[in-house]
Design a binder for this molecule. Sequence first.
Ligand SMILES: Nc1ncnc2c1ncn2[C@@H]1O[C@H](COP(=O)(O)OP(=O)(O)OP(=O)(O)O)[C@@H](O)[C@H]1O
Ligand SMILES: [Mg+2]
Length: 157
Amino acid sequence: MKLEINSSQQMQKLGQAIADTAKGNDLLLLNGDLGAGKTTLTQGLGRALGIRRPVKSPTFTIVREYREGKLPLFHMDFYRLENDDLSSIDLSEYLTASGIVVIEWPELIINDLPDEYLELKITRIDNEWDSTTRRVEFIAKGERNEAWLSKIMKEFE
Ligand SMILES: Nc1ncnc2c1ncn2[C@@H]1O[C@H](COP(=O)(O)OP(=O)(O)OP(=O)(O)O)[C@@H](O)[C@H]1O
Ligand SMILES: [Mg+2]
C-alpha cells in the first residue's frame, strides 16, 4: 500500500487519520531519512488525539509522554541511541500501557520490538532539496494492523 503526500499539511492529515483510527497498545514505526517528515506526521497525530502542547522531536530524550489526549501518546526517537540507553527505558511497559507508541528510527532497536506493528516508510521521490513531495509506503504486520491500515485508508480518503 502506497500514498503520495504533497505537503506537510497533508502529512499531518495522515497523522490525524492514524490517530482517529488508533486503539490502545497500537504500535507505529516511522522509517525515513532525516527530514522525511516522521515528526511532522506525529504532530498531526498528537493534535488529533487532543494533545494541545506541540509534539516536539524527542531526539535528545528518546521518549516523550503525552497523557492528556484521547489515548496516551508515547513518542520515541532512537536516532541518538547510545549502547546502554535502551536499558534505561522500559519499552515493554510502554507497549502495554494502553497508549499509542510511535517510534522514529525503529531499525536501531528492531530486535527489541514485537513482530506485529504498522510501519510507514517515508521517502522523498525527487531530488529538489525543498521538495514537499513524499511517498509513504505502509507495511502492516498481523491481522490487527491490517485492519487498522484499511481504516486509516478509508479515513484519509
Ligand atoms: N510532505 C511533507 N511531509 C512532511 N514534512 C514535509 C513535507 N514537505 C516538507 N516538509 C518539511 O520537511 C521537514 C520534515 O521534518 P521532520 O522533523 O518531520 O522530519 P523527521 O523525519 O522527523 O526527521 P528526523 O529524522 O531528523 O527526526 C519539516 O520542516 C517539514 O515542514
Ligand atoms: Mg523527527
